[in-house]
Design a binder for this molecule. Structure first.
Ligand code: VG1
Ligand code: CO
Length: 580
């Protein structure tokens, strides 16, 4: 093939967000849009690092992925990349990409140096929906801010990109290696099975025999909803073929370019079918729900865990996994190095860390901050309130890992109960956890796609108010006399303990005397307008008060949050788009 240098000009708005660049397909398919971003990434990595590299290129299979893979492959060839690795049909979950970078050995003994992940995660897909791209480094984790800032700077000055226009399209449906000759030598495209490296890694972490006993017991019923995302490609292999679950326990496990028209976000609002099956819908009248249910997002890094008629808050989920990991999961049998959560995630994990005497870290939203801690051997398990949980087996959150972690805990606790005796349920485990550690009532209100200017003003007003706590407390008292007082208010700032880098403006916090918290953030993953996230948390130690409905328990704090922030006044919204 030959290398062509094409003239181009900067395009506005290519700043990567919390997890890469996410825009409408209509935007991504504009002339040079994808090309500019990919070349800017190569330039940010530097020519020496790109020359000879082995790059993974795949994603959640959403609309436009197949075209994007061909474009990126041609640009990689032209930039001197030595090999491109592609999951069959372009499918690789985000956690599988991380695993492939860290673990996979190519047919010629090579190792990957980085990856382009093609996904907009939990955002809908299809010709009029979202596409996304992000770059992961050689540790398997998302590019740090130093790199993403450089990429953005490059997009503002780019003048040309390189592409091998005459490189034929590769057939990504067939496993195998195709070699080409270019000006700098050989260039290989290797298409490989999307699941096998990931399945192998999971088998090295968990006791599959023990989980198999649980899943094949008639006493235990199971359901998994991939919401037509890429998780389906792994669910069948792992839950059915490896662990003996019934085929009928899989819902929406065929990956689709448009996620079947749905919103592939595993929460109580969007995972409707699973929520109904688990007996959590108001309208639900069918059969006895399964004992355990779970769902994933489009790229399979998120998870929602449900018991029969029972929802596990993600903040509780990571705390419970951490509390039970050493005894239930072989990978952790030697102990945990430490645990970490993102700032808006509830403090349930903090209490476990304190009790078990574990190192603990609070980082800004987004997985890239956990990676440094893990690379330095400081953190084994971490999680976010946004349905993300994971460990140092890779450098991304991992939806199927979280399900296997919960199944391991259940299998361990029910070792003796499967033949006779009463099953310990998901709900039993959570209630026992609350009784031991106290309960963090928690909810998140999302106001999606509000006017960006209005959202900025709302946030600016909240920051401005922080300069006078007495005034804040007068307002709070005027709204509700039954909430405690604000003792601290700030914008979260993080200093990375490993590399010393500082991240500012990571969320506005109002901290109350009784440990309650209100946090306000603007989303960094949307593709249009602004999304305001409001996180509300209240700690309850008294065992007689831990069984309340969470929306009811949090009602006073919610009222304070909405009135203090003047949510309706600024946004014109009388209710959030999604409550989790
Ligand atoms: C959201 C979540 C955050 C998560 C991020 C990426 O970000 O709040 O916790 O890490 O999505 O998840 P934001 O900036 O919109 O609040 V995923 O599954 O989209 O890679
Ligand atoms: Co995701």
């Amino acid at each position: 093939f030959n290398v062509t240098r094409k003239e181009t000009a900067p395009i506005d708005g290519q700043k990567p967000g919390t997890s890469g660049l996410r825009k409408k397909v209509k935007v991504f398919t504009r002339p040079n849009y994808l090309h500019n971003f990919v070349q800017s990434t190569f330039n940010a990595l530097s020519a020496e690092k790109v020359r000879g590299a082995t790059l993974v290129v795949s994603g959640d299979g959403r609309y436009y992925s197949k075209d994007a893979i061909q474009i990126i492959t041609k640009m990689a060839a032209a930039n001197g990349v030595r090999r491109v690795w592609i999951g069959q049909n372009g499918l690789l979950s985000t956690p599988a990409v991380s695993a492939v970078i860290r673990e996979r050995v190519g047919s010629d003994g090579s190792k990957a140096t980085g990856a382009f992940i093609l996904t907009a995660s939990h955002n809908p897909g299809g010709p009029s929906e979202d596409f996304g791209i992000k770059y992961n480094m050689d540790n398997g984790g998302p590019a740090p801010e130093g790199i993403t800032d450089k990429i953005y700077e490059n997009t503002k000055t780019i003048k040309e990109y390189s592409i091998a226009e005459d490189l034929p399209d590769v057939d990504i449906s067939a496993v195998g290696v195709t070699s080409f000759g270019g000006p700098e030598g050989q260039f290989d495209v290797e298409v490989f099975d999307s699941a096998s490296d990931y399945v192998k890694l999971m088998k090295s972490i968990f006791d599959f025999e023990l989980i198999r006993k649980l899943l094949s017991s008639p006493k235990f019923t199971f359901c998994y909803d991939a919401l037509h995302g890429v998780a389906g490609a792994y669910a069948k292999r792992i839950f059915v073929e490896e662990l003996g679950a019934q085929e009928s326990s899989l819902l929406n496990c065929t990956p689709k370019e448009d996620f079947g028209g749905g919103h592939p976000d595993p929460n109580l609002t969007y995972a409707k079918e699973l929520v109904a099956r688990m007996g959590l819908s108001k309208s639900n009248t069918q059969d006895e729900p399964p004992e355990f249910g779970a769902a994933a997002d489009g790229d399979a890094d998120r998870n929602m865990i449900l018991g029969k008629r029972f929802f596990v808050t993600p903040s509780d989920s990571v705390a419970i996994i951490a509390a039970n990991a050493v005894e239930s999961i072989p990978y952790f049998s030697a102990g945990l190095k430490g645990v970490a959560r993102s700032m808006p995630t509830s403090a349930a994990l903090d209490v476990v860390a304190k009790n078990l005497n574990l190192k603990f870290f609070e980082v800004p939203t987004g997985w890239k901050f956990f990676g440094n801690l893990m690379d330095a051997g400081l953190c084994s398990i971490c999680g976010e309130e946004s349905f993300g949980t994971g460990s140092d087996h890779i450098r991304e959150k991992d939806g199927i890992w979280a399900v296997l972690a919960w199944l391991s805990i259940l299998a361990h606790k029910n070792k003796e109960n499967l033949d006779g005796g009463k099953l310990v349920t998901v709900e039993d485990i959570v209630r026992k956890h609350w009784a031991t550690y106290g309960r963090h009532y928690y909810t998140r209100y999302d106001y999606e796609n509000v006017d960006a200017g209005a959202a900025k003003e709302l946030m600016a007003n909240l920051v401005k108010m922080q300069s006078s706590l007495p005034e804040v407390n007068d307002i709070v008292k005027g709204i509700r006399s039954d909430v405690s007082k604000v003792v601290n208010a700030d914008e979260f700032e993080y200093k990375d303990p490993v590399d010393g880098s500082i991240s500012k403006h990571q969320g506005i916090r109002y901290l109350f005397e009784d440990g309650s918290r209100l946090v306000f953030r603007l989303s960094g993953t949307g593709s249009e307008g602004a999304t305001i996230r409001l996180y509300i948390e209240q700690y309850e130690k008294d065992p007689s008060k831990i069984g309340r409905d969470s929306q009811e328990a949090l009602a006073p704090l919610v009222e304070v949050a909405l009135k203090l922030s003047k949510m309706e006044q600024f946004t014109g919204r009388s209710a959030p788009t999604v409550i989790t």
